[in-house]
Design a binder for this molecule. Structure first.
Ligand code: HXC
Length: 258
């Protein structure tokens, strides 16, 4: 369903969420982030939804937090309302697979929102940057942390300290995005990837997502132990017996636990 700044539509078991505040290049104002949180809550609770795609418009995925809303705030304002984490981090806690489909600008909070997703598929026009330094602040929704984990220290420092914007080709080269596709194919490619994931055993997908995420929260030894336990757990699912039986019998797997 549509709200003021968000469009959400079904593509089979995938929900395509479009940020829709074109006049401000999808700047993430309070109302937009609240609506985004609501739609992500709803999709996470809906059993008929298997995966989510978040996209923007051709010109901008999102040009960042709303600078006009932020400018008058002082420390006590942002501290007391826990700006920005309280309202923004929902994308990072969605249990289902969530793909960011980025064309045009993904700057500041826009890049941070994309990085909260499980993977980023970029159009050739995509531009990623953390320009907060140019307006007297620093990234506040993961731009120093998720970016550093994604691309390493030197590239993260370059982007965060100079505000340099990287294009899609560079973003792919440094490992920030998973794939780059022509602009006109962006949404279809992202939805197709989401549908592909949605076709697999759902417990296996969620276990796999949880395991990859654990890599960013633990030591290697702990992460490996976690992965092994998740792998063992997969043997309690129908998907495991079905998937392996289908392989052995040279037939297509039909996952009923999706
Ligand atoms: C509020 C914004 C905005 C933003 C663009 N607009 N970005 N409004 N907050 N982040 C508005 C403009 O004011 C303008 O409104 C309209 O969108 C079109 O933008 P233009 O600048 O005219 O477009 P263009 O010349 O094509 O330039 C595009 C742009 C530029 C390069 C993306 O808009 C830009 O630099 N935007 C700011 C990017 C940025 O610094 N993002 C980081 C924000 S800080 P009017 O009314 O004038 O037509 C941040 C912190 C997050 O995200 C930390 C914690 C979450």
């Amino acid at each position: 369903k549509a709200t003021e700044h968000i469009l959400a539509e079904r593509r089979d078991s995938v929900v395509l969420v479009s940020l829709n505040r074109p006049k401000a290049l999808n700047a993430l104002c309070d109302a937009l982030t609240r609506e985004l949180t609501e739609v992500l809550d709803a999709t996470d609770q809906d059993d008929t939804v298997a995966a989510v795609v978040i996209t923007g418009s051709a010109k901008a995925f999102a040009a960042g937090a709303d600078i006009k809303e932020m400018q008058p705030k002082n420390f006590v304002d942002v501290y007391l309302e826990d700006f920005i984490t309280s309202s923004w981090e929902r994308a990072s806690t969605v249990r289902k697979p969530i793909i960011a489909a980025v064309s045009g600008y993904a700057l500041g909070g826009g890049a941070e929102l994309a990085m909260m997703c499980d993977m980023i598929i970029a159009a050739e026009s995509a531009k990623f940057g953390q320009p907060e330094i140019t307006i007297g602040v620093l990234p506040g929704a993961g731009g120093t942390q998720r970016l550093a984990r994604a691309v390493g220290k030197s590239k993260a420092m370059d982007m965060v300290l100079t505000g340099r914007v990287v294009d899609a080709a560079e973003a792919e080269r440094i490992g920030l995005v998973a794939r780059v596709v022509p602009d006109e194919e962006l949404v279809n490619e992202a939805v197709a990837a989401a549908k592909e994931i949605a076709g697999y055993s759902r417990p296996a997908v969620l276990l796999a997502k949880e395991s990859v995420n654990r890599a960013f929260e633990s030591t290697l030894a702990e992460g490996l132990r976690f992965e092994r336990r998740m792998f063992h757990a997969a043997f309690a699912t129908e998907g495991q017996s079905e998937g392996m039986d289908a392989f052995i019998n040279k037939r297509e797997a039909d996952y009923t636990d999706r």
